[in-house]
Design a protein around this ligand. Structure first.
Ligand SMILES: Cc1cc2nc3c(=O)[nH]c(=O)nc-3n(C[C@H](O)[C@H](O)[C@H](O)COP(=O)(O)OP(=O)(O)OC[C@H]3O[C@@H](n4cnc5c(N)ncnc54)[C@H](O)[C@@H]3O)c2cc1C
Length: 659
């Protein structure tokens, strides 16, 4: 990919070229997915409008359309996910900073070196599931039991488990490779790291979960962690989530990302046995940027009736829903649209207040991580060593020909989930003795920290590259139960033509405001170095720290380690909680336990924003579980509703209302 030295722009350009070629080679029109077509789309009326064709939106739309009588309109601001950087698992960070990323950044973070931090979010069909690291992880059972204990009946882990399984199409590595649920053909197997608990998995869902590519580095990491006292975990999604192993991934058997859009919105060619026949309609409108929710008040009852959006030609349009408006815009997108529609804590300048809900945008929680980068032995294969012209052509060939090779690596292959007392017992005892220890985990089975080994030089989301093609690896520590929480809000200003209001999202996660978070990450950084020392003893791996370096940031000085954390930590992409679920008595909750917005009828929020507390997990599988549950809530509510949809005032209207 590169001529002489690694260069991110060159990498981006090559990927764009590959994307164009692969689009031409693979182009198939996708029925029902296209920008707004004024002549056709205004003639149709839709039962449900789904705002955002992302992870949750794809699931909800598809499940609702299982009823042949139902029609669903999905408004997605982005475009097709059929691009190389999204399909090939190792290429996703090329999307950061592109048009398929919302390119949010935080406001300067007072407690994190006053920096503005990148916050990538997928602006593309499939949303973040089309640009994420494909790690399939549900987290500890006690986290969901805690959700229920916060006033959300029905959300205990035992009640959520069937919904986790429902979406999942787990591929058993022990089956023959020609079996529809077998392992990937031609993939190099590592049976000792492909253990799993069959009881914990679903095999009939459309979302493909597999054991995929594994660098030798990742296997050595698992061995080194065990030598450091971390127990081997048979299945992170099984009985316990603590320990070390490879992570399960949502990648199809052919090596293509199993985004939620690919799994749920292309079911006719992906889902085994899936068929579009006998299903209702799902119309996906690309390039539709939703601006606000349309409401009416009837006999004192507030209700949502439709959405106002700007189409791909920048024309403002309105669409009406005969049943419900479903917000699936993600942890930033959903509160942004609510706030822009006058639903939130206090009136925004130039936006009439429609309904006061104090919690919209509050309770923003995220996983912050800190990394160290190591130089490995030359003979160790990593992603860095793949970047030169010859090996990248070889990798591309094995990817296109057989769906194997380094392009199928999703970056974070080997992981550890631990509790602080297991890696730093003396520090925990000291904090407890000082009265400064803060326990945020939901129970003794819930991890405090996660460690991920990345087979390459990864700094600032991959935007800073190594200066050569040598072998490197990076180890990251993530704080899974942060004490610090922040806020999402909007800034408004009149549009240039003076006819409307421009709304911009303002992200303030307030990282490291609680100093306990920084101190816990210091223990994480020390443990990274312990694992790296083990790897350095491994004749196949090696591991000399090149960033930040023990000379500049010595292990013995907690103050210096903490400073490094404040100046170099980055998001690990899991913002949640900005429309949290809770009872009406909790004034900071935005939706009830069936995900209805408090005080407004026919409006639900269904995405990562409803999590009342951040799970000690990767957030995609939990979000999909939420969407599966929501689809059932909606189906139940409409099947038991005394009024038929035709009773509603909006029924029979054409899709576009008068502006
Ligand atoms: C780089 C990255 C890596 C990650 N890695 C992992 C991982 O390995 N494993 C894991 O479990 N989780 C991972 N996550 C997190 C996980 O992907 C998200 O938590 C999850 O996908 C969120 O789903 P969602 O439905 O809430 O939002 P999204 O999937 O982001 O969907 C929101 C959708 O709404 C659309 N939208 C927003 N606003 C509007 C608007 N106004 N009008 C129209 N459309 C709109 C967006 O374009 C998007 O398609 C990662 C996330 C990122 C960004």
């Amino acid at each position: 990919m590169f001529g002489s030295a690694p260069d991110r722009d060159a990498l981006k350009k090559s990927t764009e070229r590959i994307t164009k070629v692969s689009q031409i080679l693979k182009f198939r029109p996708q029925e029902g997915k296209a920008p707004w077509d004024h002549n056709k789309d205004t003639l149709v009326s839709y039962d449900y409008i789904v705002l955002g064709g992302g992870s949750a939106g794809s699931v909800v739309a598809s499940r609702l359309a299982e009823d042949p009588a139902v029609s669903v309109l999905v408004l997605e601001a982005g475009y097709s996910d059929d691009i190389f950087a999204s399909r090939a698992p190792s290429a996703y960070n090329i999307i950061f900073g592109s048009d398929a990323d919302w390119n949010y950044e935080t406001v300067p973070q007072t407690h994190a070196g006053n920096r503005t931090l990148m916050q990538p979010r997928g602006k593309i069909l499939g949303g973040c599931s089309s640009i994420n690291a494909m790690m399939y992880h549900r987290g500890p059972a006690s986290d969901y039991d805690e959700w229920e204990s916060l006033g959300n009946p029905g959300w205990s882990f035992n009640e959520c488990l069937p919904y986790f399984k429902k979406s999942e199409g787990f591929n058993d590595p022990n089956l023959p490779s020609d079996h529809p649920h077998g392992p990937l053909t031609n993939r190099i197997r590592f049976p000792e790291f492909e253990t799993f608990d069959p009881e914990a998995h679903g095999t009939e869902g459309p979302w493909q979960v597999t054991f995929h590519h594994l660098f030798q580095l990742s296997t050595r990491f698992i061995v080194a962690s065990q030598a450091e006292g971390i127990p081997f975990n048979k299945d992170f999604n099984g009985e316990s989530t603590l320990g070390v192993n490879r992570i399960q991934t949502f990648i199809q058997r052919d090596g293509v990302r199993s985004s939620l859009s690919r799994a749920f919105l292309r079911s006719e060619d992906v889902v085994p046995g899936g068929s579009k026949h006998g299903r209702g309609t799902v119309r996906v409108v690309f390039g539709a940027d939703a601006k606000r929710i349309l409401f009416q008040v009837k006999r004192g009852v507030k209700m949502a009736t439709g959405i106002e959006f700007v189409d791909h030609k920048n024309v403002r349009r309105r669409v009406m829903a005969t049943r419900e408006v479903l917000l699936c815009g993600g942890a930033f997108g959903s509160p942004q649209v609510l706030l822009a529609s006058g639903v939130g804590p206090s009136p925004q300048s130039s936006i009439p207040q429609f309904h006061t809900l104090a919690g919209v945008g509050a309770n923003l929680q995220d996983h912050l991580g800190i990394s160290a980068v190591f130089r490995a032995r030359d003979r160790l294969e990593t992603l860095n060593s793949q970047y030169n012209a010859f090996t990248s052509i070889k990798s591309l060939f094995s990817y296109v020909a057989s769906g194997t090779g380094p392009l199928t690596c999703q970056l974070g292959e080997g992981v550890i989930f631990v509790r602080l007392e297991d890696i730093a017992p003396e520090w925990v005892a000291q904090e407890k003795a000082n009265g400064t220890y803060q326990e945020r985990a939901s129970g003794p089975g819930s991890p405090h920290l996660e460690f991920i080994i990345l087979p390459g030089y990864v700094r600032r989301h991959g935007t800073i590259l190594a200066s050569d093609f040598k072998s490197y690896f990076t180890v990251t520590a993530l704080l899974l139960n942060p004490c610090s929480a922040g806020l999402f809000k909007i800034a408004t200003q009149p549009t240039k033509n003076g006819n409307g209001v421009d709304v911009k999202g303002v992200v303030d996660p307030n990282y490291l405001a609680e100093s306990f978070d920084a101190r816990a990450l210091v223990q994480g950084l020390k443990f990274i170095r312990r694992i790296a020392r083990r790897l350095n003893e491994d004749p196949e791996v090696g591991g000399r720290e090149v960033f930040p370096g023990e000379t500049d940031v010595p292990d013995r000085d907690d103050k210096v380690l903490e400073k490094y954390i404040r100046e170099y930590s980055e998001t690990y992409y899991h913002p949640v909680g900005t429309c949290k679920m809770g009872p009406a008595s909790d004034k900071m909750s935005v939706v009830d336990h069936r995900l209805n917005v408090h005080g407004i009828e026919r409006l639900r929020v269904i995405d990562a924003s409803v999590m009342p507390k951040l799970v000690a997990a990767h957030t995609c599988a939990p979000t999909v579980m939420i969407a599966e549950r929501a689809a059932d809530f909606i189906k139940e509510d409409w099947s038991t509703s005394s009024s038929s949809p035709s009773d509603y005032s909006t029924r029979g209207q054409t899709t576009e209302a008068k502006l």
